[in-house]
Write a protein of this length. Structure first.
Length: 303
């Protein structure tokens, strides 16, 4: 009789847990909104999608592990504790989006991540990851063979390179798709679509406008998009205007993207201000005719 009751309660607990997980909505955490500008209030570009107790990171800007730890504590999200940082996606290989990669490889291992980091990115990602392991070879040797106790697998990187986009990861409750974006002279750069049965979150990465980006963002619940102030842009030397127009998206261009894509929420990140503010950037987008919901994100924001 007691055994039957225990089995019944165990079965009820397992079913309830599965139902609870199935209903767990995706969440978006902004880990870093920064650019190469050394703003102490904005860490390097990095985002996290949280789904059913797992984290999926996008980009690895400076300070990523500490920002994830801060978000874990602020929002009570255990999936962002260092030892749970297991899967990451790179939009492209610019230094400001990857300078935190050695941090993401090694710090969680030192803090007890026991399995290799699963890393997805454009061509060149394998080369970058392999060379980082070589660069830190002496540290790895001391931690695995010396007096510092460390597990033998947590520093390793299981890297998959994206050739042309499409679905790159499917779990029982989440699908991740990569789509090509235009980012200046980079041969490969990607945005990402995270979707489950209820929500679609689209991340532009660094990109200038393109039809593929608009198509990918169509009817997203959340579109996370980089942006620069058009008024600030006008103050730049001509050479920097040429650069930013080729590599990035202005407030007026983003307004047009959002008018066509119609996301339920437009989240700005990787903001280039040049003396202007969040309110100024939002006003520029409004002045260009976009009337939808907009938030200019700060580090550790949760959506």
């Amino acid at each position: 009789m007691i055994k039957a009751i225990v089995l019944y309660l165990l079965g009820f607990f397992l079913v309830s847990t599965q139902l609870s997980l199935a209903k767990d909505p995706m969440r978006l955490v902004i880990l870093g909104t920064g650019t190469p500008v050394a703003d102490p209030a904005r860490s390097g570009p990095a985002l996290a999608i949280i789904k059913n107790g797992k984290s999926y990171l996008v980009d690895a800007g400076a300070g990523i592990v500490r920002r994830a730890s801060a978000a874990a504590k602020k929002h009570n999200i255990s999936a962002l504790s260092p030892d749970k940082l297991e899967t990451a996606f790179l939009t492209h290989l610019h230094a400001d989006h990857t300078v935190g990669l050695p941090d993401l490889i090694f710090s969680p291992w030192i803090l007890e991540r026991r399995q290799p980091l699963k890393l997805y990115g454009p061509l060149g990602t394998i080369n970058m990851a392999d060379h980082l392991l070589l660069a830190y070879g002496e540290d790895i040797q001391l931690r695995t063979d010396g007096l510092e106790p460390a597990n033998p697998d947590g520093y390793k990187v299981d890297t998959s390179e994206i050739v042309k986009g499409g679905t790159i990861l499917t779990t029982e409750d989440l699908t991740v798709e990569a789509f090509p974006v235009l980012h200046g002279s980079w041969k490969q750069a990607y945005g990402y679509i995270f979707s489950d049965d209820n929500l679609k979150i689209v991340i532009s990465g660094d990109a200038r406008p393109s039809p593929l980006l608009i198509a990918a963002a169509k009817d997203a619940d959340i579109l996370v998009h980089e942006v620069y102030s058009l008024e600030g842009y006008k103050t730049l030397p001509k050479v920097w205007q040429t650069y930013h127009a080729s590599f990035h998206t202005s407030t007026h261009e983003l307004a047009e993207i959002a008018k066509q894509a119609k996301p339920k929420l437009l989240v700005l990140y990787h903001q280039l201000y040049w003396g202007f503010s969040d309110a100024d950037i939002i006003k520029e987008i409004r002045d260009a005719g976009y009337e939808g919901k907009i938030v200019s994100a700060r580090d550790l924001d949760l959506f």
